[in-house]
Design a protein around this ligand. Structure first.
Ligand code: FMN
Length: 169
């Protein structure tokens, strides 16, 4: 798929088939993620693929209502950023980690997978972070949902280019 087409056609999917994404395929996505722009090459991103035990612990931390939503996708990847004590580096590392997460979603889409970047409340709690092994020196960035496509996602309108871009004199 051409880059332009991949960027335009990637969409958030919330309905997935039951088959998990193979570790070999996930490794391909993570290998691409490490090429995200990253000032000083600090490699601030961490990707943790949930297994049955960590998912069960996360669901417990979420409570029964929120836990149901964690069953949407067969493969869940917790993305976090290792915090920096330097304020500027910390901000830049957060941006780099978001870029890396997007690389994963875009590369998954290119491989015909469905993806969804979610930020559930449970991963803003100590119990939720602990369930996923996210250290106190890390910041939660996203819970990527990955799997096979069950139904096509609807395209959403985007703001016109002129509404957010300007050429300065
Ligand atoms: C940082 C971030 C957090 C997000 N958190 C959520 C979320 O918690 N729940 C949700 O439904 N979508 C979440 N999304 C997905 C956006 O809602 C989605 O990207 C947006 O609606 C545009 O749709 P698209 O991905 O199909 O282009 C998040 C996206 C980003 C970048």
């Amino acid at each position: 798929m051409e880059v332009d087409e991949a960027i335009r056609s990637r969409r958030t999917h919330k309905v997935f088939g039951p088959d998990p994404v193979a570790p070999e395929l996930l490794d391909e996505l993570f290998e691409l993620a490490r090429w995200a722009p990253n000032h000083h090459l600090t490699n601030p991103w961490r990707f943790r693929v949930l297994g049955p035990q960590s998912l069960a612990a996360l669901k417990l931390a979420a409570g029964p209502d929120a836990a149901r939503k964690l069953d949407r996708a067969p493969t869940l990847v917790v993305v976090s950023q290792v915090r920096s004590e330097d304020e500027v580096q910390d901000e830049e590392d957060l941006c780099a980690t978001a870029c890396a997460a997007y690389v994963v979603l875009l590369a998954a889409h290119d491989r015909g997978l469905a993806g969804y970047w979610r930020t559930p409340g449970v991963l803003r709690t100590a119990a939720g972070l602990e369930a996923c092994g996210v250290g106190e020196d890390e910041r939660f960035v996203g819970l990527l949902h990955l799997g096979t496509i069950r139904q096509p996602a609807k395209p959403k309108d985007r703001a016109p280019v002129q509404s957010f871009s300007t050429y300065l004199a």
